[in-house]
Design a protein around this ligand. Structure first.
Ligand SMILES: Nc1ncnc2c1ncn2[C@@H]1O[C@H](COP(=O)(O)OP(=O)(O)OP(=O)(O)O)[C@@H](O)[C@H]1O
Ligand SMILES: [Mg+2]
Length: 510
């Protein structure tokens, strides 16, 4: 049947008093609220996807459209109907390159649907059948997905159904996340929590806290990403394919076979990352997607713990202990997605171990120490830049034959040492990076942008004469970094602040 009602407003169906329900099933050629249904692209368990176009194109809307229509046959799980309502509510609240652009939604009294941008490119699902994939590909996918999660978590959303079929790969690179039917947004009502008391998610990917009804922890998405990294790199699922709540609960006390026991060629740093994502307690996982992306991008800097070297799952005694503890234990969820994001920033300390005076280095450490103390979920990346005129053309060793790079790394570690123990930063919360680049400011700005740094702490050259002569790295970072930058000066200034100090007052933040 063709429906020829007038086109709706761009963002919602017409608010008529008693809309006439549309006769189903929908057919190719049918017009629904001004959208022409062209072809059915996908018939899923919960929804059908149609390729659509506007009967009267809107100026500026120059991307292909897709319509998602819930499958209502009468006998399905009511949670999937509520899930569709949730998705209709959430999609207009999201933006950016990692979600399809929202276009319109249809009234339930007539025909519920969501029209959104159609993303060209396949989902990650077919690649799963080809697992194990080459490590470089798995790592690259992990980085892209972690970036997408960082973006969504910062928009106060936890996805809660991260899995290959909900991840679209843009042909030009980058990933787009779809299917927000189980998601939770800090500022929107959580209909699923209000109406149901069953754990919601997809069995193989559900985090332990999701199994325990927690729906507002962004670290749940990192667990699901860990499951995917495990599966893509080993060809096996870490927790099988559970079919009951009892089987789902096993992940609270049975740890997965370490990936290197399945594929010994996987490097220890990769196992460290995967098992870090799969920790039962969210507190022991990466605290943010940006922190995970940082490790995937810099394997050399990943601090290896016992996780990296495990070759067997825990023994029966340990398992029993965990099982016993899991019975009485309540997970401690964050107050909200936003609260968890706010308490787990990536802090970058840019330390010029050779150029700065001891007093400045100490002051810098003090500022960083105070920051790390007030942010227990924070991750600290200590970064030094080795100036090279042309990569590969400089002397790699000093007069004693020691590698400059290693010397710099050791100097960074020595600088951080006094606070490492005091703040218990050993367990993956602290990494060291020596960048080799011709321009220090450029290298720091690029590192901060690429690794999603939230806050840069760095020193400023003590004398304004020196800054005039050598240029001010900190001023450049302050003006070009998108994140907060704190510039630390030596406690006793040898010269009074002059005109060129405008941007680099003591501990100035932007
Ligand atoms: N915006 C989009 N652009 C292109 N393809 C999409 C888009 N949204 C969804 N798809 C495709 O449709 C499939 C199903 O979409 P979605 O996951 O939102 O629905 P679902 O309710 O989970 O359906 P299913 O039960 O099949 O998983 C996706 O796996 C993807 O292949
Ligand atoms: Mg889906």
């Amino acid at each position: 049947m063709n429906d020829t009602s007038p086109p709706p407003s761009p963002s919602s169906a017409p608010p008529t008093a008693s809309p006439t329900p549309v006769t189903t099933p929908l057919q190719p050629g049918q017009v629904l609220d001004g959208f022409v249904l062209e072809a059915r692209l996908h018939q899923g368990g919960m929804a059908n996807l149609w390729q659509v176009r506007r009967e009267q194109p809107l100026p500026g809307e120059d991307f292909p459209l897709i319509m998602k229509v819930p499958r209502i046959k009468g006998g399905e799980d009511p949670a999937s109907i509520v899930g569709f309502e949730v998705e209709q509510m959430i999609m207009p609240a999201l933006k950016g390159p990692h979600v399809p652009r929202f276009v319109a939604r249809g009234d339930w009294r007539r025909q519920a649907y969501i029209v959104m941008e159609r993303i060209e490119g396949d989902t990650l699902r077919p690649r799963l059948d080809q697992a194990p994939l080459p490590l470089v590909e798995v790592v690259e996918l992990g980085i892209q997905i972690a970036h997408a999660l960082t973006d969504l978590h910062r928009q106060h959303l936890v996805h809660l159904d991260i899995k290959p079929s909900n991840i679209l790969l843009r042909p030009g690179g980058g990933v787009v996340l779809v299917d927000f039917g189980l998601s939770r947004h800090d500022f929107l009502p959580d209909l699923l929590e209000e109406e149901f008391s069953l754990p919601m998610g997809t069995g193989p990917y559900m985090s332990p806290e999701q199994v325990q009804f927690i729906r507002n922890d962004p670290r749940s998405d990192l667990f699901a990403l860990g499951v995917m990294l495990y599966h893509l790199s080993t060809g096996e699922r870490p927790f099988g394919q559970p079919a009951s709540v009892r089987q789902l609960r096993r992940r609270l006390y049975v740890d997965p076979i370490p990936p290197r026991a399945i594929r010994p060629e996987l490097p220890p740093w990769f196992q460290e990352i995967v098992l870090h994502c799969l920790e039962v307690h969210a507190e022991r996982r990466y605290q943010s997607a940006a922190q995970l992306a940082l490790d995937l991008q810099r394997p050399d800097a990943v601090p290896l713990t016992a996780r990296a070297h495990k070759l067997q799952r825990s023994g029966l005694v340990r398992r029993f202990k965990r099982w016993f503890l899991a019975m009485g234990e309540e997970p401690r969820p964050p107050a909200s997605v936003g609260a968890q994001v706010a308490r787990s920033p990536v802090i970058m300390a840019a330390v010029d171990v050779q150029g700065a005076t001891p007093a400045l280095l100490e002051e810098l450490r003090e500022v960083v120490r105070r920051l790390m103390q007030t942010e227990p979920g924070a991750r600290l990346a200590c970064v030094g830049v080795m100036k090279t005129n042309r990569i590969g053309m400089d002397e790699l060793t000093d007069a004693q034959g020691r590698s400059h790079h290693v010397q710099q790394l050791i100097a960074l570690k020595n600088w951080a040492h006094p606070m490492t123990r005091e703040l218990a930063l050993e367990d993956g919360r602290l990494t060291f990076h020596v960048l080799e680049a011709p321009d220090a400011a450029d290298a720091l700005i690029e590192f901060a942008a690429k690794t999603g740094v939230d806050h840069v702490v760095m020193g400023a050259r003590a004398s304004s004469a020196l800054r005039r002569y050598l240029g001010s790295v900190s001023a450049q970072v302050v003006t070009q970094c998108a994140c907060t930058v704190t510039v630390v000066r030596e406690p006793a200034l040898p010269d009074a602040p002059g005109g060129d100090d405008a941007l680099i007052s003591p501990s100035a933040s932007n």
